[in-house]
Design a protein around this ligand. Structure first.
Ligand code: SAM
Length: 321
């Protein structure tokens, strides 16, 4: 878990401001919260093993080798990892155990990794960092720090389970919502905001917030659902979109550009547009919920079950003006 030494080292002057917020949250997680207490026991039960090697560069992030553990340790580890279901982002391999996650997050990373500004010696924020899959990729580039923000406890504890073995000392994940964080004015060099904007009731306020925590010239890596077309407009689902009840705005790329210009960004580049396929998002034995195939109309896979255009995502880079 995040301790004061780590926070002071990575967050400088902001550590003092964040510590009381974090202490209050941790008291909730380990006090009244049943999930929090269960997950803490899971972390404590993880077998103590030192991985002989790690590999965060390959698509499947690998921790250790199967030869590093005994059959008994393997059973214990498998049991702990299953306690942390559902595994949405990945894939991972831990000591020979493959975690096939709902999302092939490597596909998104491979679309953007060669386009973004180098991350060496940079201060990075990953909003909605989930179990840290992308943070681990970023760590390989020797950043000054990577701060992940992840309020959902299952993913937050998955991150800590993985970090038990990876031990990257420049990473820190906070179990907070972005709106619970103080605005760290002009502090970050790069902000990743991926899979977040369509969940915000007020996307422009979110972009303004991101702008204010970026240094001038810093880079936003924005990945979000888009509507295909050239018109300057956004879809607002009446109720659910692909069975999600928290999707508010799905803009076209020109509309997204306008939002970015109006919130203080320039040099806006759309580097990728991809329709989500079942190769990228699918049910696996590590995810006990519905997935893409359940969200699309079986008679017309170009439509969601609600009759909206099926999910298409864009990756946009923009510089803080
Ligand atoms: C669709 S997932 C995207 C995960 C990852 N960034 C990616 O692109 O694959 C959205 C993530 O944001 C987290 N999240 C939800 N509300 C949030 C908030 N208010 N602040 C920060 N993260 C949030 C969710 O728990 C989830 O892990």
């Amino acid at each position: 878990m995040e301790n004061n030494i780590l926070l002071n080292r990575l967050l400088g002057d902001y550590a003092e401001m964040i510590q009381p917020i974090l202490e209050k949250k941790q008291a909730e997680i380990f006090g009244g919260n049943i999930k929090g207490r269960k997950y803490r026991k899971t972390l404590e039960a993880l077998p103590e093993i030192k991985p002989s090697s790690i590999d965060v560069l390959s698509d499947r992030v690998r921790i250790g080798r199967k030869e590093d553990i005994t059959p008994e340790e393997k059973n214990n580890l498998l049991h702990c990892l299953r306690q942390l279901n559902p595994w949405r982002k990945g894939p991972f391999q831990l000591f020979g155990i493959d975690i096939d996650t709902e999302w092939r997050s490597d596909m998104k990373w491979n679309r953007l990794k060669d386009h973004i500004a180098p991350l060496a010696h940079k201060r990075i924020l990953d909003i909605g960092s989930s179990n840290g899959y992308y943070m681990f990729k970023m760590a390989s580039q020797q950043p000054e720090c990577v701060i992940g923000i992840e309020p959902y406890l299952t993913f937050y504890f998955q991150y800590h389970a993985l970090q038990t073995y990876l031990q990257f000392d420049r990473l820190c994940c906070l179990p907070l919502k972005i709106e619970e964080m103080p605005v760290m004015k002009e502090w970050f060099d790069t902000v990743f905001c991926m899979g977040i904007l369509y969940h915000r009731r007020s996307p422009l306020d979110m972009l303004l917030r991101i702008r204010s925590c970026l240094k001038t010239g810093g880079e936003l890596v924005l990945e979000t659902l888009i509507l295909e077309g050239d018109a300057d407009l956004a879809l607002v689902p009446e109720n659910r979109y692909a069975k999600m009840n928290n999707v508010y705005f799905i803009p076209t790329v020109p509309c997204l550009r306008t939002w970015l210009v109006r919130t203080g960004f320039h040099h806006i580049r759309c580097i990728d547009i991809t329709r989500t396929t079942s190769e990228e998002q699918h049910r696996t034995e590590w995810v006990d919920t519905e997935s893409l195939e359940d969200f699309l109309d079986d008679r017309d896979p170009n439509k969601t079950v609600e009759g909206y255009p099926s999910p298409v995502r864009a990756i946009i880079l923009a510089d803080a003006k």
